[in-house]
Design a protein around this ligand. Structure first.
Ligand code: SF4
Length: 347
């Protein structure tokens, strides 16, 4: 499909209509989204919102991250504060106790999360880490009824089957960037290793959570390729991170994103993956800044609370943003969750 310059104000609505009728975005169309001018942004957002509204209405789903094992990772991912090549000052500990994992689930439930994400820093899980997950997941599900996402690094098909058997609903394993760009952000494992893990997860019968990090020196072409790879894998839940260039990591100080570009990225992910959950993930506070609410017209999910080794904005600020937008938090079901928005201070 050609995107004609004479109809700039309607081309995004036409594209969104076609997407809702089953059209798969082409590479050129995807690039046109990323390269669109800033004065087209309101129209692009409105078009993406049409797609979001069709599949998700005005609902928002929360995910809550628990860094169950921090630092100590033998891999060299250049964006990551927990890698062996990072000097970032972060907590370092082995897998948390049953009580701490259970307490994290309590907080997740209290904050209205749909999903509790158990994350460890590792190339892949060892036997005791898999056993810890097998032990805690049934207890969390019984006590709090949360959906569970496990992020444990590279998995063998057997490990994936064990996670499925203990009740894990989905596994997170991000592609992070395109296959072509992967070698410049990590040398200790490959893009194909990550694809193999996602395929093992799918074969075991779990949902896929996989996304990327924008702002690692990639070209627009790389963003499009990653986005399309996620589409081809049928990923159900896509976290879109914007690089937080943490001091002590090889990518420290290297991010040059602006909020308008970040919004265009979110629109691209919505238009290319219309039925997938699109989550605005790490870095939203520092890169979208005052435009965060506009991101919710394309995305339908957020992490509530802190990220793995960096602070997120206060949960109350997110509740307020969603309330102000007229959106409702759900667990993917009909019932809206009541949010604990603080009363305004007396004048
Ligand atoms: S494998 Fe995961 S925890 Fe380890 S360095 Fe890479 S991103 Fe960080």
């Amino acid at each position: 499909m050609m995107l004609g310059p004479a109809t700039t104000n309607s081309r995004w609505h036409e594209l969104a209509s076609n997407v809702m009728a089953g059209h798969r975005l082409t590479h050129d169309e995807a690039l046109a989204v990323l390269k669109s001018s800033d004065d087209e942004l309101p129209d692009l957002l409105a078009a993406a919102y049409g797609v979001r509204r069709k599949y998700f209405g005005n609902t928002v789903q929360f995910y809550f991250l628990m860094n169950a094992k921090s630092g100590l990772c033998p891999e060299d991912c250049s964006y990551c504060s927990q890698s062996k090549v990072s000097d970032a000052e972060i907590p370092k500990y082995n897998i948390l106790s049953r009580d701490k994992l259970l307490d994290g689930a309590r907080v997740a439930a209290e904050r209205g999360s749909k999903t509790y994400c158990i994350v460890i820093s590792a190339r892949g899980p060892n036997e005791s880490e898999i056993k810890a997950v097998e032990t805690i997941v049934p207890q969390i599900k019984q006590q709090y009824g949360l959906s569970i996402c496990a992020c444990l690094g590279l998995l063998t098909p057997e490990q994936a089957q064990r996670l499925k058997a203990c009740g894990v609903d989905k596994v997170n394993h991000n592609l992070n960037t395109s296959e072509e760009h992967y070698g410049s952000i990590c040398s200790t494992h490959t893009y194909q290793d990550r694809i193999d893990t996602l395929k093992a997860v799918r074969s075991a019968g779990m949902e896929l959570c996989s996304g990327g990090i924008i702002g690692m020196g990639e070209a627009d072409d790389d963003v499009v390729r990653m986005c399309f790879s996620l589409r081809d894998l049928g990923v159900e839940s896509i976290p879109v991170n914007f690089l937080n260039p943490i001091d002590g990591t090889p990518l420290a100080g290297k991010s040059d994103l602006n909020p308008r570009y970040c919004l265009k990225v979110l629109c691209l992910f919505r238009l290319a993956n219309p039925r997938s959950e699109i989550r605005i993930a790490g870095g939203r506070e520092i890169h979208l800044r005052s435009l965060q609410p506009l991101g919710m017209y394309a995305a339908n999910s957020l992490f509530i609370g802190d990220y793995l080794t960096t602070k997120g904005q206060a949960a109350e600020a997110d509740y307020q943003m969603i309330e102000d937008l007229g959106f409702v938090v759900t667990k993917g079901e009909e019932t809206a969750i009541r949010l604990a928005i603080p009363e305004p201070a007396a004048q």
